[in-house]
Design a protein around this ligand. Sequence first.
Ligand SMILES: *Cc1c(COP(=O)(O)O)cnc(C)c1O
Length: 195
Amino acid sequence: MAVSKTFGAEAVRQAYAAGQRVFGENYIQEAVDKITALADLPLQWHCIGPIQSNKTRLVATHFDWVHSVDRLKIAQRLSEQRPADKPPLQVCIQVNIDGGSTKAGVQPEAALELAQQIQALPRLQLRGLMTIPEPAADFAAACAVHTQARRLLEALNAKGLGLDTLSMGMSADLDAAVQCGSTMVRVGSAIFGKR
Ligand SMILES: *Cc1c(COP(=O)(O)O)cnc(C)c1O
């Protein structure tokens, strides 16, 4: 996924011309403006930023995927507000995999319950987990954290969840993420340059 936050529609068009189809955005209103301006292109849009209750309708209406769901209330609103003429919204649960107390994301111990609740919502399709770990000191440290996320995904699948997506790895740690089980890296500055 190419993370195009803070870059304009023209930068996304250039990436599209180079073959990129999947884009991620953090800021909902900025994203909606870009999605609207680029409606002539066959792009897939992923919401990867924090979602407040008053923004769920915009997310449900304009995005194909959302990676940053960490509360049932947000998931319920997204399901209720997903337009009937669109396929189910594809969802990842954001997990606070390295335990920072102030960080977004559900605690790993709470992921199973939230996953089961989301699977029961009619207009969402639960696909997997998303993590944003703290920057790691080196490759081995990054890999250790990414491996914890992979094990959590495997544990959920052992309970029958059937998840296929592990959204982890950014510009600084994408090699370690891929080696340790990521199925989708989210790459911003390494593609578009410094923000
Ligand atoms: C900005 C951002 C990225 C991309 O980060 P880079 O370091 O620019 O690759 C990936 N994931 C999330 C959630 C982000 O906010």
